[in-house]
Design a protein around this ligand. Sequence first.
Ligand code: ADP
Length: 434
Amino acid sequence: MNDKLNIITIDDMYIIVIFLVICLSVTLRYLLVLRSYLKSIMLAADSVSKGDFSVEIKKDMTGDLGKLVHNFNYMVKKIKHNIIELEDNNVKLQSILKSTSNGIIAVDNRENVMLMNQSAKEILRYGKDETEDKVLDFIVRDKYMLSVMKNLISKRESAMQAIEDDGGHFLNIRVDPIIIEDKADTAIGTIINIEDITERKRLEMVRSDFVANVTHELKTPLTSISGFVETLKGYDDIKPEARNRFLEIIEIETNRLRNLIDDILTLSFIESNENKNNTNLKDINLWEVYEEVCEIIASLAEKKNIKISNYFEKKDIVIPSNRDYIKQMFLNLIENAVKYTPEDGSIFVSVVERKNSIEIRVKDTGIGIPMQDIPRIFERFYRVEKARSRKIGGTGLGLAIVKHIVLSLNGTIRVESEINKGSEFIIEVPRLQR
Ligand code: ADP
């Protein structure tokens, strides 16, 4: 019985040993596979921790390990996607901030700058690159501007104030609390939006000056007309010569009013069309328009014995424009030349084609323009001698109209002048490249 037991035991022992060997080798193999998996996971985790999100564990396995690998790969992909999205949003935000002409500064609740765009740096004349974590006081050196910003921020609500900075720029400063979504009552800081309104202010001033000037210019002839009408109505025994003289003055002043209104309307028409892309422009023949203008001016020139001559390089030079504009341009320049040239003088008009431009010159032998007045003669209502201009029926708008017409042709205008010798107006208009 014992022998039998021993034999069975030895057989069994063999089986057990073989079984154990098999188990051990299977376990060893499994452990080796497991180790290789863990190594892959560790290497991948190491790459991810160093910021490389392109890793992927390429092991195929079922069970818990397979699940772990799958989840790891999914997690890395998701992080990579989120990071790309964040970077993309960041680039977009930076581009938006860079492209806005307004200065934008974001500060936290301690007034430390979290973000500041290039325009803000330019407006604040802050030359350095680093702005983050710098306190607002350090960045805004204009004391008045800083006090306005601090005062607006302290209100903890959207607010705005217009100021003039120490460089003479007009700025609109607007602050808005930065509210985190879903937490309407918690602001984590403030956005300061600085808008440079200097140009707008200048235009407003130009406009209000214009209105004041127009009112004044209209009032002068109207006062004169109503004065003479009152006199004519009030006195029956006015001598016929005096009556005729008064009526003549009324006529002159009425004409002046009409000219003034015509010029104001012309100027406002040209200005309102300045920025429109006019596609129905026609080729305007300069020679034809010049001839027409000469006919209109002829009697005025004859009265003063002024000779008008010309040189047109070719008779078929054209400019794409509006015919009325070109006519008005020649009319104003040649009429001025006649008006400001004493008797027996002469006027010379030339039109030549240069390589890239068409050059129009109107030259006279007139009274000339003082050097200091030249930069201002194209301003509305600017006259060198107010009394002389009025006397000869000037509105003070003629050259402003010419300037705007030339601008509409993308051209330039300049003057060369010498007192008592004469003036020359030179217009250059780009040639059409067909
Ligand atoms: P105005 O109606 O007074 O002529 P303009 O705008 O046409 O107004 O001209 C502005 C001013 O420029 C004139 O008042 C005059 O003093 C001066 N000016 C214009 N053209 C000439 C010229 N050819 N010769 C001398 N002065 C000129």
